[in-house]
Design a binder for this molecule. Structure first.
Ligand code: MSP
Length: 593
């Protein structure tokens, strides 16, 4: 009977660590007032994207997977000052029947196809500002060594045996399928052809002697892992789905193919007649990147968060944790799952000719604009639909008008002729509504704004922990709207700097709005890094003042000095985000100051 000694749940989750740092209260002012900075002693984090198949050029769905991981990773870096504490890997999945067949169809050697398409992914990710620290290709020697070592460990632990595999195989999805998951559809010649029920891709009957992994032994350990760590797979419906799958029988898994059939892959150590199954090969990439089998991987592995699409959940939430447990390691710390992008209501596919090229989108909507769109509109629990007009509408209203307009209103020469961060007047805006005296001008809604922006960083951090980045952006956007309402309410353009009655209040209104903008700029860094840099630079916020630990929103309100008061604004006065649709004059009217 197999004993799984290394099966141990990880310590407190990041979310629970955060919840220990109590809610932000107007009375508290500590070195981490917002409760979002990580304890630097256990601040390491390792984020991964899936590695991408190189059979075809990248599309927006691939970019979305990478962007989600990028935003999570960048948000983590905002919490943890030391860059060395974070790793972020992506790469290309280059072996297997799918690539072997795609290369043959294109009349290329597999290695040529791999070089060509892997370069396209690397270029896309550079252009899209994906801040990965590692790019792995499964055709690299370091990876072959890691996979063969991993295989050796499974073998030594008695988890591999040779047996006859007979069943359906889907080369497009690189997976084995039981009869119940196969249906018949009319093929190009009108004959009924067997296809995968889930993906609709063709399947073929396979009968050969392979190495088989004793997956069936892991059903209960996997159930214990998931029941003991309800956030292991996030969002919850995916966690639930995996537990449901584990209610059914879990057959052993064929983990090699005959080399005469599949030559494009890593040979089984000591048996050249067999090639290692591409999913086993691919999953080990997560270990290769952190130095496996050298000991250094051990300090990174427990901090791993995989970001994956829902179509590859079974591989990451069943096969991979079982393989890891079999090799004496713990399952991944977190598996964050997202849904898919459709285009005008249809699945994206080469055959339908509706594949959206992400590089065209980055050109058309700008890098930050397209990043914002995908992350603001992409809801992990459900599929999302893409069409160009939606992008223009969202970016114009939220980035160009609401955010860009707000910045412009508070920094324009006409309103802020000194070009500085004005002083905050505590008698105009005392720390409690009850203290508003004759010179006080703040109203109940203004206190609501301060409270909303003060709690925003914690709210955003919670959304990141729950893999709801769109909700984090929704919360920021709602505060931007509230701040525009604040400025509109007090109409600083009607106040006069020359009047001793108006001036302190005018300065206070601008100070509060600039403080709100500083919070928005800081929190938008993971999603729109260049736009946030432009915004923070315009506010005069230096590079060392942009972390969550340094945020300290509106310190003067809480009786503390504000390092920005009196500081010169940055010299760059250009437009924060360009309007994409110049023809919609009605929007200009509603946002006019
Ligand atoms: N090579 C495997 C992953 C191996 S990881 C050890 C693979 N590659 S893939 O290129 O097909 O998909 C990579 C990622 O892109 C997956 O997370 C997948 O869900 C995602 N997407 C592919 N199409 C997508 C959409 N239409 N929308 C959103 N994401 C989608 O699977």
């Amino acid at each position: 009977m197999l004993r799984i000694s290394a099966f141990r749940l990880l310590g407190r989750t990041r979310a629970s660590r955060l919840s220990l740092l109590e809610d932000f209260s107007l009375r508290h002012y500590s070195s981490d007032p917002l409760g979002v900075r990580e304890d630097t002693r256990d601040a390491r984090a390792y984020f991964t994207t899936p590695i991408f198949y190189v059979n075809a050029a990248p599309h927006i769905g691939h970019l979305y997977s990478a962007l989600l991981a990028d935003a999570l990773c960048r948000h983590h870096r905002l919490r943890v000052p030391s860059a060395a504490a974070t790793r972020f890997s992506t790469g290309t999945d280059e072996h297997g029947l799918k690539i072997q067949q795609a290369a043959a169809a294109a009349g290329l050697a597999p290695s040529e196809l791999c070089d060509r398409v892997s370069a396209q992914f690397q270029q896309l990710f550079r252009e899209a500002d994906i801040s990965s620290t590692d790019f792995i290709r499964t055709t690299e020697a370091r990876h072959r060594m890691a996979v063969q070592h991993f295989w050796g460990v499974l073998k030594a632990r008695g988890l591999l045996y040779k047996g006859l595999y007979e069943g359906w195989y889907c080369a497009s999805d690189e997976c084995f399928l039981p009869e119940a998951k196969v249906t018949r559809q009319p093929g190009p010649s009108g004959d009924l052809c067997p296809v995968s029920l889930e993906s609709g891709h063709p399947v073929s009957w396979t009968k050969e002697e392979n190495y088989i992994f004793r997956l069936s032994q892991f059903r209960e350990p996997l159930q214990r892992w998931l029941r003991g760590d309800p956030q292991a797979i996030t969002p919850e419906p995916f966690h639930h789905a995996v537990l449901q799958w584990l209610e059914e029988e879990l057959p052993d898994l064929s983990v090699s193919r005959r080399s005469s059939h599949l030559h494009w892959g890593i040979p089984v150590p000591g048996d050249d007649s067999q090639t290692i199954y591409v999913w086993l090969d691919a999953l080990v990439n997560y270990l290769t990147v952190i130095g496996y089998p050298n000991a250094e991987f051990k300090s990174w592995w427990p901090t791993t968060s995989h970001i994956i699409g829902k179509d590859i959940l079974k591989f990451h939430a069943i096969y991979w944790p079982a393989l890891l447990l079999g090799a004496g390691m713990s399952p991944p710390h977190r598996i964050y799952v997202h849904s898919h992008w459709t285009v005008c209501g249809q699945k994206m596919s080469k055959s339908l000719g509706n594949v959206v090229d992400p590089r065209t989108c980055l050109d058309r909507y700008t890098v930050d604009g397209f990043r914002y769109f995908l992350l603001r509109q992409g809801v992990p629990n459900w599929d999302c639909d893409y069409y160009g007009e939606k992008v223009v509408k969202l970016l114009d209203s939220e980035l160009a008008f609401a955010l860009g307009g707000l910045l412009n209103r508070c920094t324009a020469n006409r309103i802020n002729p000194s070009g500085t961060y004005p002083a905050f007047c505590t008698t105009c805006f005392p720390s409690e509504p009850g203290l508003v005296g004759p010179s006080g001008r703040a109203q109940a809604e203004d206190y609501a704004l301060v409270s909303a922006v003060a709690t925003l960083p914690k709210q955003v951090a919670d959304h990141y922990d729950n893999f709801q980045i769109y909700k984090a952006l929704e919360a920021v956007s709602s505060c931007v709207r509230q701040t525009n309402g604040f400025v509109q309410r007090h109409a600083p353009w009607k106040l006069n700097w020359e009047s001793p009655v108006d001036a302190p209040w005018l300065g206070t209104v601008l100070h509060v709005a600039l403080e709100c903008l500083r919070v928005f700029g800081t929190l938008l860094q993971p999603v729109t890094p260049s736009l946030a840099d432009k915004l923070l630079s315009r506010l005069g916020v230096s590079a060392t003042e942009r972390g969550l630990g340094e945020l300290h929103f509106l310190p003067r309100f809480y009786g503390h000095p504000c390092p920005f008061e009196g500081r010169r604004l940055g010299p760059e006065t250009g437009v924060l985000f360009p309007r994409l649709d110049q023809s919609r004059a009605w929007l200009v009217k509603t946002h006019k100051t």
